[in-house]
Design a protein around this ligand. Structure first.
Ligand code: FEO
Ligand code: CA
Ligand code: CA
Ligand code: CA
Length: 527
């Protein structure tokens, strides 16, 4: 009964007011540290929550640091950036691939020596920070059965806040067709033609945001002090050719705090991209392209979860939008306002979105919404009508409610067997404190989506101090995972007194890193 009443309260507290719950949530409890099975044959032993400054994994998994902040990528001396997040793998052949890794924001203390409490920042500090964000392309190769980065490969390159990137739109945006750089690169996706989508999430932290009266609200990072870049040039999905680094901002997919961009194919072959706006009470969007091999043109929709409808943001289909906005590009720049006018459903911070490989259902991590007293978040499931991602109807159900097994689901991954893997992101300032105390550090969780334990979460990894785990992806030959360990030691009081010494230990400074996960267990899990 305790569990039932908890779930009810949790659902009612959410901004969407969802009350329909998955029957799987009412399973009798199963004990931690007990072997669980996904499909009746694949045992995983779980770990208990930990507050150790270590990357810990359950029995059967092994791991090693693969790439760290500051690693030199090429002969030009370009470095692997700060706070690595989303990872995409684009295979070149059976033993080589290109990794794309997002660098979401600078861990400023260890990049430029700047603290948020510092009143001023100099240009040298801003320049160091601008170089540390964006993304890295890294050639990787299978050597003696093990994936390793290829040093100085022609494919190794950085895209940063200094890279000039065209914006694909029928007109200029804030006076230009080219943006300076990409930043706030959180999660992303891979297109059916093998390009990478990288998402600009908390863009307003860097150059601020435009107020209604046309002035610019200052940013916490203060970059606008030295670079007068328009806020409208950020908050987009950027498409990157992993072989050449050629990039473009896809205005068609709209502007908001894009968490991720997850591709699916509609029944008529058009490409569909799902994306959430990670801010309290913001929306989920779906883009349906006009073609099978490009995302430059198409129709953007926003989710009315309560009525199970996708609402078009096309200026010619919505008189209320035609009245308010001068053209389609203006709607794309101001998606939040347009979605609100149409009555889209506010959600509890939509983070990553993934599609179940067997059922085609769309899983959305709603991480939390402290404004609404939803502290632990949930995972929402959308079932497209007729199994068609191109349909304008869908049904929403809760798949997992946070608070018992895990808290604050953020990044998701389905393996090809249909098991969901969930990375959590309890914010650094809240870790170890009420109401998050029992969860200790952030972790990685294994969640079966069918059978007896469907919707239950089992912890398989624990992050070092202050860090979140993110960017989980399967290696090209399916022998394990790559995962990002992001922002260890983020709450360090000073450079010389780091709160984490991961990964090098001793008195070393913390470094965000990509970790390669392997182990015999994958042979059982992914037979
Ligand atoms: Fe960058 Fe919403 O996490
Ligand atoms: Ca995230
Ligand atoms: Ca994901
Ligand atoms: Ca995060």
């Amino acid at each position: 009964m305790k569990r039932r009443s908890f779930i009810k309260n949790s659902a009612l507290a959410s901004s969407a007011g969802l009350t329909y719950l998955s029957s799987s949530m009412f399973l009798t409890s199963c004990t931690k540290d007990k072997k669980v099975t996904a499909d009746g044959s694949s045992p995983i032993k779980t770990i208990q929550p930990s507050d150790k400054d270590e990357f810990l994994m359950a029995e059967g998994f092994s791991h090693e640091v693969f790439l760290s902040k500051g690693d030199i990528l090429n002969s030009q001396g370009e470095e692997f950036g700060s706070n690595n997040d989303y990872i995409a793998v684009v295979p070149l052949n059976s033993s080589e691939a290109i990794l794309w890794v997002n660098h979401e924001y600078p861990n400023t203390l260890f990049v430029s020596g700047w603290k948020y409490s510092d009143k001023t920042k100099n240009k040298k500090q801003v320049d160091l920070e601008r170089k540390s964000v964006g993304g890295s392309l890294v050639h990787i190769k299978l050597v003696n059965g093990k994936w390793v980065p290829v040093k100085n490969s022609q494919y190794n390159r950085r895209i940063s806040a200094e890279t000039k990137i065209p914006m694909i739109a029928p007109r200029k945006i804030a006076g230009s067709s080219v943006a300076e750089g990409t930043l706030a690169n959180c999660a992303g996706g891979v297109t059916p033609w093998g390009s990478v989508l990288t998402c600009e999430e908390n863009y307003d932290n860097f150059y601020g945001e435009r107020n209604k009266d046309g002035t610019v609200r200052p940013s916490p990072m203060k970059w606008e002090t030295f670079y007068n870049n328009p806020p409208e040039h950020y908050g987009w999905v950027v498409e990157v050719n992993p072989k050449t680094g050629e990039s473009k901002k896809l205005i068609s997919l709209g502007r908001f705090a894009h968490e991720s961009a997850t591709c699916a194919i509609a029944k008529d072959g058009r490409v569909v991209v799902y994306s959430g706006d990670d801010r309290s009470d913001q929306f989920v969007y779906k883009f349906v392209s006009d073609s099978k091999d490009s995302l430059e043109k198409g129709e953007l929709f926003v989710a009315d979860i309560k009525n199970g409808k996708w609402l078009s943001l096309d200026i010619n289909k919505q008189p209320a939008l035609k009245k308010r906005f001068k053209d389609q590009t203006e709607i794309q720049i101001n998606c939040r306002e347009a979605g609100k006018i149409l009555g889209a459903t506010p959600l509890d911070r939509p983070e990553d979105i993934e599609i179940h490989p067997k059922t085609g259902e769309v899983y959305i991590a709603l991480t939390n919404n402290k404004k609404r007293k939803n502290y632990f978040g949930s995972i929402l499931k959308l079932t497209p009508a007729n199994g068609d991602h191109g349909s304008d109807s869908m049904r929403a159900t809760d798949f997992l409610i946070g608070g018992e097994d895990l808290s604050c689901p953020d990044n998701l991954l389905f393996d090809h067997e249909g098991n969901l893997w969930v990375c959590t992101d309890i914010s650094g300032s809240a870790i170890g404190k009420k109401p998050y105390k029992k969860f200790k550090h952030n972790g990685l969780f294994f969640v079966p989506t069918e059978g007896r334990y469907s919707g239950r979460a089992f912890q398989v990894a624990s992050a070092p101090k202050d860090a979140e785990l993110t960017g989980l992806c399967v290696t090209p030959n399916q022998d394990g995972f790559f995962i990002s360990v992001q922002h260890p030691g983020e709450r360090s009081p000073s450079v010389d007194n780091p709160s984490s010494h991961w990964p090098e230990g001793g008195a070393s400074k913390p470094k965000s890193s990509v970790v390669r996960i392997s182990g015999e267990i994958f042979k059982n899990l992914w037979s």
